[in-house]
Design a protein. Structure first.
Length: 309
């Protein structure tokens, strides 16, 4: 591609389309956050009349579907604006402020909003069977409500900055064509690398999430405590399974990742006890850790001492 072509800005019609997509994505982000707030409010005011698990699963689907995709679209269109329009990344004060606001929105969403909603769904799906589940759920509920409000507030500020474009220019001159080309190529390569890394990690996680867990009949196992392990390549999960009177009476985690999601995944142990089998559904929003813990339970039972017929 010729240098001038690569450095050229988008034509007006393309910029209008990009502007429309940008505003749609911002509206969807704010709408999803508002929908989350409405759902949380209904749970708070009418909790006794609502199925919390259904509400939490709806919220997790909303946030991990519409919200995340809209946020990615907002980030992508913002980068496109800065790369392929005369506004740039730092020529205008309002553009710099928009980038600061967008960075805060992504930070709040990735670090607090999404983990809070996922944690609520995981705790509900695990029937609050892990210690301190009630207190954890309440804290996550407040965190989700606060972060959704913050996201909406930042969105309002972004709209205001886009409409009024305050504070004027920071830089009067345009960078050279060579500099523009270097910036665009570098950012596009970084973005492509990030997308490739995410796709590779997603494919790896999908392998573990789709892993088959087999039933092992406890009726043919001698009484005792049996240890099982399962590895995902970077961490080895270990559990102790206690069998007494041909029944699984206890499952405890010996080695588990030190993350909230891995902690929520231990709610799957109650399913093992209720079904007397490791072949049960994983915990929503903690699927990978759940599957690894279930595989460790399966391995423990498979290697247990058998009752001779």
């Amino acid at each position: 591609m010729p240098a001038d072509g690569l450095a050229a800005n988008l034509p007006p019609k393309a910029l209008k389309i990009l502007t429309g997509l940008h505003l749609i994505c911002l509206g969807l982000v704010m709408g999803a956050a508002a929908g989350l707030l409405v759902s949380l409010r209904l749970m708070y005011t009418r909790g006794d009349n609502l199925d919390h698990l259904t509400a939490d699963l709806f919220q997790a689907t909303l946030v991990n579907g519409l919200f995340i995709w809209a946020l990615c679209g907002l980030l992508a269109t913002s980068i496109a604006f800065s790369l392929f329009s005369s506004w740039g990344f730092s020529r205008h004060t309002w553009i710099v402020l928009k980038w600061v606001g967008l960075a805060l929105m992504v930070l709040c969403s990735a670090n607090w909003l999404i983990p809070a909603v996922d944690g609520m769904a995981a705790l509900s799906d695990g029937l609050y069977s892990i210690p301190d589940a009630g207190e954890r759920y309440s804290a996550l509920f407040r965190q989700a409500a606060a972060m959704a409000s913050v996201v909406i507030g930042i969105g309002v500020i972004l709209v205001g900055l886009s409409v009024f474009k305050p504070f004027g220019l920071l830089q009067k001159g345009q960078p050279s064509h060579r500099t523009i080309i270097i910036i665009r190529v570098a950012i596009l390569l970084l973005a492509g690398g990030a997308v490739a890394a995410i796709l590779m990690e997603s494919a790896k996680l999908r392998t573990y999430r789709q892993m088959e867990i087999s039933h092992v009949e406890p009726a043919f196992i001698r009484d005792g405590v049996y240890r099982g392990a399962a590895s995902d390549g970077s961490f080895t999960y270990e559990v102790d399974v206690t069998v007494k009177g041909k029944t699984i009476v206890e499952v405890t985690a010996v080695s588990n990742r030190a993350t909230p999601y891995a902690r929520y995944a231990e709610g799957v142990f109650s399913r093992v006890l209720n079904n007397q089998s490791p072949a049960v559904d994983a915990i929503t929003r903690a699927t990978t850790s759940s599957k690894m813990l279930l595989k460790a339970v399966e391995n423990a039972l498979s290697g247990a001492s058998r009752i001779e017929k």
